[in-house]
Write a protein that binds this ligand. Structure first.
Ligand code: NAP
Length: 662
């Protein structure tokens, strides 16, 4: 019976690592993680209690010292050395992974706060301690699997997550990818400074941990390499057709399959028939360059951040960067040294949080621990799951009684505001009087995507960087013009102005059962799908990275993609095993979910009056951000319920029934 791959706790255990190297590595350990390892390997939870009890891990800090005095730290490191030497030398067997209950108990101690028991199962899967339930055939692989075909659109992280599962189960599939390589956004975004602002040890597949990350926040080449390695390791290339775009997909109700038109290189057009389509096209794929008067007249190079023109040498140029989102914030510090002057056009200031690890390399010792100490990488990742993924969402609820809604959504959010303001003012230093009012936002933190301090503020203080706190309105041959009427002469313009993210599946023409297209159903910016995955009238269409699934409060988009991919593949497994030809989510089920999502969002920060963000559509409805905690979305997508669907038998039947047969 095929199984979805899981991560092994550690591939090699301190192979050829001498005592001195082990000691040196342990001296660099993240202590609360090391204590977890020690407790797990010895079965003695005291290593996280009493004099060894770690302090609470706060903000985005790793709490490397566990908040413990030097003596206690030294005792932990000494004990870890003895235990790991015994493991290395074969004197101590490795224990089985902890139970779910043990896991949350250990993590609670390590993090210094209660991790609720509901996290046990999802954490165990995230750590690779066990395979996803339901992602296996109930008995032997059915012969009907051979007669099934699935089309996956896109070979970015979501496409890889889906393809790995289909391949493990032996379900025939094809991935079509418009680019010439895997990687999606990580293939397309090559601008200077591009990198991930979720911790790398979290921003990775549960089934494909990378222990050798060189930085805590990896840069684009390393993320791309990781995705390509994963695709190669799981032998996906034989299934992927590169340089192919889906032009159109039409549900043929008479045969119960999708008819798909593909555009290949040099105008080659082909057709393909498939049982199910899994869209993994993502939301950050269609760049938006503002439709500015004079754009065509600008004489120098002008390009979008996601279409970086590497042939343009910025040395000694005056470079305009339009926008101050996550992308601009990486570009500006990366180019400021090269350009003669960098002119940053800011329409809205951004909250920037301090993060000591953001620019740090992973020390050699820590890499050794990640790669070779049993459970170290897994426990480190689980601490990040808690710290970065879910903890924050509970602080983003709007409090109707809160007296200062103009600056925060509740008292905790206000405390965060004060903390981040202080940190930003510290960075502003002597320039605080000059820059505070333009750089520190006046809206509640987290209502836009929060950004990491990557020397952004220090860069804005440079003499050769000019911050223009105005909207860009126009270009002429040599200038960028602003709403205030100023003209700034520049040589190059970079548009870091974001993506057509609300127009989901923007490039696809998908026609459902009754002849209506997805675009007609959703309009320009009002996408909606049950669990972000399935849409009434569009049978056997599954979306990974769909509406309301961006983890806007923080955390890993790969985690969310894995949840949706699991759901889609489990649905396909159920269809094959149960002789079902087509499934379509019941309209009332989708409507009820949609109402729940909207009601939840009404209480969250992204609908707060006076805030703008790319999650919300023209009428104020949030179409991108996930309103749930990761653990909620994991639970919702963990076991698909066929009762949510109308089904049609695979025996040529044309009538739809509920799963119970009514
Ligand atoms: P974005 O967040 O949509 O930011 C676009 C920026 O352009 C905003 O500052 C916007 O101002 C500004 N803008 C748009 N039109 C303008 C005009 N006419 N004049 C002046 N400014 C204008 O886009 P992004 O920075 O590319 O980021 C998009 C998403 O990609 C992120 O939220 C994140 O999910 C992802 N991303 C992640 C990373 C990472 O992991 N490190 C890096 C880059 C991107 P307003 O704020 O006023 O709208």
């Amino acid at each position: 019976m095929e199984q979805t791959p899981t991560a092994t706790p550690t591939p090699t255990v301190l192979d050829a690592v001498g005592d001195d190297d082990l000691r040196a590595a342990l001296a660099e350990a993240n202590l609360p993680t090391l204590q977890l390892v020690l407790a797990q390997l010895t079965g003695e939870e005291d290593w996280l209690d009493g004099e060894f009890r770690p302090t609470r891990t706060v903000a985005l800090d790793d709490n490397d010292t566990a908040g413990l005095p030097a003596g206690s730290r030294a005792r932990i490191v000494a004990a870890a050395f003895e235990v790991l030497r015994d493991v290395r030398d074969g004197r101590r067997p490795l224990p089985a992974a902890p139970s779910d209950a043990q896991l949350v108990a250990l993590l609670s101690r390590s993090l210094g706060e209660d991790v609720p028991p509901e996290y046990g199962p999802s954490m165990a899967e995230e750590a690779g301690f066990r395979a996803r339930e339901g992602l296996a055939w109930t008995a032997a692989r059915p012969a009907a699997a051979d007669r099934t075909h699935v089309l996956v659109i896109g070979a970015g992280a979501a496409g890889i997550a889906t393809a790995v599962r289909l391949r493990a189960l032996g379900i025939p599939f094809t991935v079509v990818e418009k680019n010439e390589s895997v990687g999606g956004v990580w293939y397309e975004n090559t601008y200077p400074g591009a990198g991930v602002d979720t911790p790398a040890h979290l921003y990775s597949f549960s089934f494909s941990p990378r222990r050798e990350w060189s930085r805590y926040y990896a840069k684009q080449p390393e993320v791309l390499e990781y995705l390509a390695d994963t695709a190669a390791r799981f032998d996906l290339h034989r299934h992927i057709r590169f340089g192919i775009r889906v032009r159109e997909a039409r549900w043929d109700d008479a045969v119960g399959r999708w008819q798909v038109v593909l555009d290949g290189p040099r105008g080659a057009r082909t057709e393909l028939t498939t049982d199910a389509v899994v869209s993994c096209v993502g939301t950050l794929t269609e760049p938006v360059v503002p439709d500015l008067p004079g754009l065509e007249e600008f004489a120098g190079p002008a390009f979008h951040s996601a279409r970086w023109d590497h042939s343009v040498d910025l040395t000694d140029k005056r470079v305009a960067v339009v926008g101050t989102g996550a992308t601009a914030m990486q570009i500006v510090p990366a180019i400021a040294d090269r350009a003669r002057e960098t002119v940053v056009f800011q329409r809205t200031p951004q909250w920037v949080v301090p993060n000591g690890n953001y620019l740090r390399d992973v020390p050699a010792g820590v890499r050794l621990l990640m790669e070779q100490v049993p459970y170290y990488a897994a426990f480190y990742r689980l601490r990040l799951v808690w710290q970065f993924q879910d903890k924050l969402l509970t602080t983003l609820r709007r409090d109707p009684e809160w007296p200062h809604p103009e600056r925060a959504v509740n008292a905790t959010n206000d405390r965060h505001r004060a903390f981040i303001t202080r940190a930003m003012e510290e960075q502003l230093g002597e320039d605080a009087d000059r820059l505070r009012d333009v750089v520190v936002p006046d809206y509640p933190p987290y209502s836009k995507r929060i950004l990491m301090d990557n020397e952004w503020i220090r860069t804005l203080r440079r003499d050769d960087v000019l911050l223009v706190p105005e909207r860009v309105t126009e270009l002429d041959e040599k200038h960028v013009l602003t709403a205030g009427g100023d003209a700034h002469q520049v040589d190059v313009v970079v548009f870091a102005t974001g993506f057509r993210s609300r127009r989901m599946l923007a490039t696809l023409e998908i026609t459902g059962r009754d002849g209506t297209t997805l675009r007609e159903t959703w309009g320009d910016d009002d996408a909606d799908a049950y669990l972000g995955i399935t849409v009434p009238n569009f049978p056997n269409l599954f979306i990974v990275g769909g509406p309301q699934t961006t983890p806007a409060h923080g955390g890993s988009a790969i985690f969310v993609a894995e949840c949706a991919a699991n759901y889609a593949v489990q649905m396909i497994v159920r269809m094959i095993e149960d002789g079902i030809g087509a499934v379509e989510v019941r309209p009332e089920v989708a409507a009820e979910y949609s109402a729940r999502v909207d009601a939840e969002h009404e209480q969250l920060v992204w609908t707060h009056p006076g805030t703008t963000n790319w999650y919300r559509n023209a009428r104020g409805r949030v179409v991108n951000a996930l309103p749930w905690r990761g653990v909620d979305y994991w639970r919702m997508t963990h076991h698909p319920d066929l009762a949510d669907y109308l089904v049609r038998r695979a025996d040529g039947s044309t009538s739809w029934t509920t799963a119970s047969g009514s």
